[in-house]
Design a protein around this ligand. Structure first.
Ligand code: GLC
Length: 811
């Protein structure tokens, strides 16, 4: 017997209705509303707010009352005092002018154009349209000179031209290949660079959004499937200006604890307490610097968060005490899934207080993850975040100050790979479906973790590492790039991925060094550790049942190479730390694509296998097996081979010789790189001396060191130093000067060793200082004086660390 289902409309071939998308229609008039403007269209309106002269928000809305509130916590509206634009109207258009740009709205078409004050085209949005099903789409003009960056954590090359990506936080174990459109992080920021200038478009929508730079020959599109079209136009004109403005909008990192900038060792999993302690001792015995060991899911009692497995880890206090003596920290993993078990207090409390995610009808959302059936806290509710955060007292009481948030897309072992889209999030009274808020889940978890740790740590800085995130995640957590593989291709892919994360406002990132899944080899680990040692986040991590990949796992040669580069990271800690400080103040990434520093150089728009560590160290890793040579692009200026001292005048390509122990690196002439004595962990007490490596070029150079106690927030009250060192040519010799631009730390009572490389002259005297025997000056206890190393062409000066000084070096 058939039922009426036989004639279900979905079975008909006549049901596909082609409906043209709807558009705002003619722009009729402009009104002012508080600090904003409303551009009234026939069918929809646009809310326009100039947050700054070079930064405006446009939001499409229907009806009379726009919602001013920012769509998500990503946006720091309080950082801005909106500005008024000069407004004019012609028969064809409405125009808004600020000192930085002109925004023109064509009346007939509602097309938006942004021009420089001189009238050059920066951006054109010919259409903004929507469908009755709720998706909205904007199209934007692109030219043959267009290049695209940002978009957070994506596969493929640096320049995203010709690509299409989705923003939908996804647990992708495999494959991480160029055609994968969505990974764990979603940063809906697209940076468009073209000849007239660079701008960013940030669509603040935590539902699914799509960025398509592929389908149309002369347009790219930005689309969302749910929620609002709430777009920020972020002017350059340089890429650095876009990054600076975007990070003013979504926040910058605060100074992380220095130990978190050290080397991290991880594995899924170090299975028990003995293994962890053995591992820590091995690092110390082998003199490989290391600050952190990560505990993956096996530390828990049947994967219940906020527990230790009593058989594997019978004495966490004892373990922590032992590790402390060794100067090692623990960062345990905390996933959001809470095991459904009425005897488990966290589950019970969550249920009793209504803290877990539910459907509209009240049914709890239960999904399978490591612990089996699990419930998921609703982190969109402040009260839930607070409850979750307070639970971390369990770790804090053990002396743990860093937490690793994983599986927080959230990942669920089901067909959709995540939470059901019809789950309702409380969202502090403004409830929304999971479909609308999906990309926020992981960040809200890290926010709760970070904020609560900060409260509980009594003035110490917490460290949070996250897999999933949304714009603004940089305020709460470092990001690692998830489950890559021990493939050479994945080592290579990590470069543009981390570079674009940096351009997307997230400076503290890195991949699993050596590769997570599959099996590493000695050569791969050696090459990857060379590169990873200069990445902002530096952690070796590998999957269960893979071959071991601790630095010593592949024999002496690999171990020695890993040690050398990890040591370099620790020696260069003043440089790294100063770069983090810069990131915290300006948003500039630590690892930079060359296009950020040389935006006018056509050779670097898609240069995906080289990067800059800061602005003056050019790094060209070798990312192929059995390869001893590689092409390196040297940009404009003079660059000095870090290993051989050879000078190269850019722009040009060179062929670098790079046997396994060498990763090609070049220092920009005029740079100054400060080093500290080698430590086995970042907080180790060593001689306080600081070595300034001056790559003098034509006599002039400049460098800065920022320092604070590395652990507290004292720097916010001024407890930090900024030391500026510089040289300039003078009378055939050189003038060397330094000064404390800010003094806020107790006297370090240390000496400076100043190494002037490539001075270009033979020194006869350093005024006020005695000449010392070569070899003496290198010693920490050496008296003040100077010497000349003829073979290296290096002038060495040892001085006391005085607040400021000028030294004349006579030729
Ligand atoms: C996920 C993480 C990985 C971790 C594993 C077990 O795959 O991305 O880093 O080791 O879960 O917790």
């Amino acid at each position: 017997m058939q039922t009426s289902e036989t004639i279900h409309p979905d079975k008909s071939i006549d049901t596909v209705l082609e409906v043209a998308p709807k558009a705002p229609g003619r722009a009729a008039r402009v009104t002012e509303l508080d600090d904003s403007y409303v551009i009234h269209g026939q069918h929809a309106n646009l809310l326009l707010t100039f947050l700054e002269c070079g930064l405006f928000r446009i939001k499409l809305f229907h009806g009379n009352k726009p919602e001013f509130k920012a769509a998500t916590v990503a946006v720091l509206s309080e950082a801005f005092q909106p500005v008024k634009a000069d407004r004019t109207e012609s028969p064809e258009a409405f125009e808004f002018r600020t000192s930085a740009l002109r925004l023109i709205v064509e009346k007939e078409t509602f097309a938006l154009t942004v021009q420089t004050p001189e009238g050059e085209l920066l951006m054109k949005q010919p259409t903004l349209s929507w469908t009755t099903r709720g998706s909205l789409s904007g199209s934007y003009v692109m030219g043959t000179d267009s290049h695209f960056y940002g978009l957070g954590e994506k596969t493929s090359f640096l320049d995203k031209r010709g690509e299409r990506y989705a923003m939908w936080n996804s647990d992708v174990f495999a494959p991480h290949v160029p055609e994968i459109e969505a990974l764990y992080e979603s940063i809906p920021l697209l940076i468009h660079m073209h000849q007239t200038g660079t701008y960013g478009l940030f669509l603040d929508n935590p539902g699914r959004t799509d960025f398509d730079m592929r389908t149309h020959p002369d347009l790219f599109t930005i689309q969302c499937t749910t929620g609002e079209y709430d777009l920020y136009f972020i002017f350059g004109p340089q890429p650095k200006d876009v990054v600076g403005r975007y990070t003013k909008l979504t926040g910058r990192i605060s100074m992380p604890p220095k130990w978190s900038l050290g080397y991290h060792q991880s594995r899924y999993s170090y299975m028990n307490q003995q293994e962890v302690l053995e591992l820590a001792r091995t690092f110390r015995e082998r003199n490989i610097p290391c600050d952190v060991i990560h505990l993956d899911i096996h530390y828990m009692d049947q994967y219940r968060v906020f527990t230790f497995d009593k058989d594997r880890f019978p004495d966490p206090e004892g373990m922590m005490a032992e590790l402390k003596k060794l100067g090692m920290r623990i960062v345990p993993i905390v996933d959001p899934g809470v095991k459904k078990d009425p005897k488990y207090p966290i589950y019970r409390e969550g249920i009793e207080n209504g803290y877990f995610c539910k459907k509209l009808e009240g049914e709890l959302f239960i999904g399978d993850v490591w612990p089996g059936k699990s419930a998921f806290p609703d982190f969109t509710e402040d009260a839930v975040g607070k409850w979750w955060g307070e639970k971390h007292k369990f770790y804090v009481d053990l002396g743990i100050t860093g937490i690793w948030n994983d599986m927080n897309e959230p990942a669920v072992f089901n067909e959709s790979k995540t939470m059901d889209l019809d789950v309702i999030h409380g969202n502090n009274g403004d409830s929304k479906t999971h479909e609308e808020l999906h990309n926020l889940y992981g960040m809200m978890m890290s926010k709760a973790t970070f904020e609560s740790l900060r409260e509980q740590l009594g003035g110490e800085r917490p460290f949070v590492l996250t897999r999933a995130g949304y714009s603004g995640v940089q305020r709460y957590a470092a990001v690692w790039t998830g489950d890559n593989r021990s493939f050479w291709e994945h080592m290579a892919m990590a470069i543009p991925m981390v570079l674009n994360l940096g351009l997307s406002g997230i400076p503290f990132t890195g991949p699993d060094i050596g590769g997570f899944a599959h099996h590493s080899t000695g050569q791969l680990l050696a090459r990857w550790t060379q590169m990873g040692a200069l990445f902002p986040f530096c952690r070796n991590h590998s999957v269960i049942d893979s071959v071991r990949q601790e630095p010593w796992s592949f024999g002496e040669e690999t171990e020695a190479i890993c040690r050398t580069y990890i040591e370099l990271r620790y020696r260069w800690m003043p440089v790294l730390y100063t770069l983090f400080h810069e990131a915290s103040r300006t948003g500039m990434p630590i690892l930079r694509p060359l296009v950020l520093e040389y935006p006018h150089d056509p050779q670097v728009t898609n240069l995906s296998d080289q990067f800059l560590f800061g602005s003056s160290v050019l790094v060209a890793p070798v990312y192929r097996p059995d390869t001893e040579h590689r092409a390196v692009y040297i940009p404009e200026g003079e660059w000095i081979d870090y290993w051989s001292g050879e000078k190269h005048a850019g722009p040009k390509h060179i062929l670098a010789h790079a046997p396994l122990h060498i990763m090609p690196m070049y220092i920009k002439a005029g740079a100054i790189l400060a080093e500290e004595p080698l430590k086995q962990h970042a907080d180790e007490r060593t001689a306080a001396s600081l070595t300034w490596n001056i790559y003098a070029s034509g006599g002039s150079s400049e460098g800065t060191v920022y320092e604070d106690d590395g652990i507290t927030y004292g720097y916010e009250q001024g407890a930090y130093n900024v030391i500026r060192m510089s040289t300039e040519a003078a009378d055939g010799g050189m003038k060397l000067a330094w000064a404390y631009e800010h003094t806020g730390l107790p006297d370090a009572d240390r000496s400076f060793l100043i190494r002037i490389k490539l001075a270009g002259f033979v020194p006869a005297a350093v005024e006020g200082l005695q000449r010392l025997e070569a070899g003496v000056i290198d010693r920490e206890q050496s008296a003040a004086g100077w010497t000349y190393d003829e073979a290296a062409g290096e002038i060495l000066i040892r001085t006391a660390d005085t607040p400021q000084q000028i030294l004349h070096i006579r030729a």
